[in-house]
Design a binder for this molecule. Structure first.
Ligand SMILES: Cc1cc2nc3c(=O)[nH]c(=O)nc-3n(C[C@H](O)[C@H](O)[C@H](O)COP(=O)(O)O)c2cc1C
Length: 231
């Protein structure tokens, strides 16, 4: 079934979808209809990749699979089980990268009313990741673990294409590196071989705009900090 037949997206332009997409960290329980799921993931298949290899392997958890994984993640955290991401953790940052990280955290904690120095509040906000921000769906994005950085570029292209497709269908999303912290549980839930590394996940569904975290807004560096034009 093609995307056009399965469901209709909004009349959003690409520019609008790019600007309207933002990380949603609180969801309604309402599941995304099956036809819309198919349409969105079909659209994302059109992401570019080096030599059109399409290395992404995507595992979408809904219903009981989602419930069980969510509970497993929460139990893992409660029991202090070691996090073992296949691709390691984000490195410690400094300079302007660290500054942007701090501004981003302040926007989120500020929206949630978490005061500076409130360690328990911050921990609670972090734990929301493992509750999937109550999203009815989460997809895990993996690839053959031998591929490494060159192919991970393709997977990143896929992920943004997928999230823009979701935005265009009125679906909120949040990319989560934290969804790669317990890869063994994901492999077990889906019967995935150990050859597939889980890079990260994306929780998604319909936004609950009464959730305070969803009032957080991020900013971007000015163009001259990121792009060099030379003629
Ligand atoms: C690869 C990747 C991993 C991320 N991991 C997390 C995460 O684990 N938890 C989280 O709350 N947000 C996570 N984010 C969301 C970023 O914080 C967010 O994209 C960034 O602050 C920009 O905000 P925006 O998405 O609202 O535009 C991740 C984003 C990306 C691209």
């Amino acid at each position: 079934m093609t995307a056009t037949l399965a469901t209709r997206d909004t009349d959003m332009t690409l520019s609008e979808a790019i600007r309207q997409r933002r990380s949603v960290r609180g969801y309604l329980a309402t599941p995304v209809p099956e036809a819309t799921l198919q349409a969105v993931f079909e659209l994302a298949q059109w992401a570019p990749s080096n030599c059109n290899v399409q290395p992404w392997q995507v595992f979408v958890a809904s219903g009981a699979t989602r419930d069980q994984l969510r509970q497993r993640f929460l139990d893992n955290v409660a029991q202090g089980r070691a996090m073992t991401p296949d691709m390691g953790f984000m490195p410690a940052l400094d300079g302007s990268h660290r500054d942007r990280q701090v501004v981003c955290a302040q926007a989120l904690y500020g929206a949630m009313g978490i005061e500076r120095g409130d360690k328990a509040g911050r921990m609670g906000a972090t734990l929301r990741n493992f509750a999937l921000f109550d999203a009815p769906h989460v997809c895990f994005i993996g690839m053959d673990r031998r591929f490494g950085l060159p192919m991970a570029l393709d997977v990143g292209m896929y992920a943004q294409t997928l999230m823009l497709a979701m935005t265009a269908h009125g679906i909120g999303s949040c990319a989560q590196g934290s969804m790669g912290y317990y890869p063994e549980d994901v492999r077990e839930a889906f019967g995935i071989s150990d050859d597939i590394a889980i890079l990260f996940g994306i929780s998604f569904g319909y936004e609950d705009d009464s959730v305070a975290a969803n009032r957080a807004r991020t900013v971007r560096a000015s163009l001259d900090e990121s792009v060099v034009f030379r003629r």
